[in-house]
Design a protein around this ligand. Structure first.
Ligand SMILES: Nc1ncnc2c1ncn2[C@@H]1O[C@H](COP(=O)(O)OP(=O)(O)O)[C@@H](O)[C@H]1O
Ligand SMILES: O=c1ccn([C@@H]2O[C@H](COP(=O)(O)O)[C@@H](O)[C@H]2O)c(=O)[nH]1
Length: 203
């Protein structure tokens, strides 16, 4: 199994890059794990309390479960990947049965900050986009898809998102083997990653 970690700040285009990589690859050979699925459960908190959580700090993520799931997949076992609700700021009762594939892609803002998780990656990729571009994308996406309004997004950006990006996410770029510039769509980089994956699939 080849495990590829794809990190990068919010709005850098990680999810988009993963979908572009997956396009034209056989569905049965490549699987995806999203770090967002592994936000800790916050059942004990009210909605208002949950909205105050710093979701851009590594402690918000259940890295133990994520590492155990990846190790299970490596051993050929299927796992129950949790399903997270951004609208409710909480893990749902649902899960996605995720089967081991020749290539597993793990994507998320903080995945290169955790040493145990880093060790599990064969290739580490960081998707880079400038912060103004990321903020614009985040604003549009969170209002359209995640039930937020402009004030909420901008307030979170100033209070937690930007400081956590500077403290944890940007420095984790140093661990990357490949950095993909993604201010514009980068088809050349996607083709290169796809070639590496295809080689593994056809080995
Ligand atoms: N290279 C790009 N150019 C313009 N818009 C992009 C690009 N990559 C992603 N986007 C858009 O930006 C938004 C955030 O992208 P997404 O892939 O969800 O980022 P991430 O997963 O890193 O938070 C989406 O609406 C997506 O369509
Ligand atoms: O309940 C939540 C949990 C997380 N967030 C924000 O999501 C992004 C990470 O997701 P991307 O898809 O990589 O953007 C992170 O910056 C958190 O602030 C949230 O808004 N609500």
């Amino acid at each position: 199994m080849l495990i590829i970690g794809i990190a990068g700040g919010t709005g850098s285009g990680k999810t988009t890059v993963v979908h572009q990589i997956m396009n034209e690859l056989p569905e049965t050979e490549v699987g995806i794990i999203s770090q967002d699925s592994y936000y800790k459960t916050n059942d004990h908190l009210s909605m208002d309390e949950r909205a105050l959580i710093n979701f851009d700090h590594p402690r918000a993520i259940d890295f133990d479960l994520l590492c155990n799931h990846l190790k299970g997949l490596k051993q050929g076992k299927s796992i129950n990947q949790p399903v997270y609700s951004f609208v409710h700021h909480n893990r749902t009762d649902d899960y996605i049965i995720t089967h081991p594939r020749k290539v597993m892609i793990v994507e998320g803002i903080l995945i290169l900050t955790n040493p145990e998780l880093r060790e599990l990656f064969d290739i580490k990729i960081f998707v880079h986009a400038d912060s103004d571009e990321r903020l614009i994308r985040r604003l549009k996406r969170d209002i359209a898809d995640r039930g937020r309004d402009m004030n909420e997004v901008l307030n979170r950006y100033q209070t937690t998102l930007k400081p956590m990006h500077e403290q944890f996410i940007e420095p984790s770029k140093a661990y990357a083997d490949i950095i993909i510039p993604n201010d514009k769509y980068n088809t050349v980089a996607i083709d290169i990653v796809r070639t590496v994956i295809n080689k593994k699939i056809n080995d």
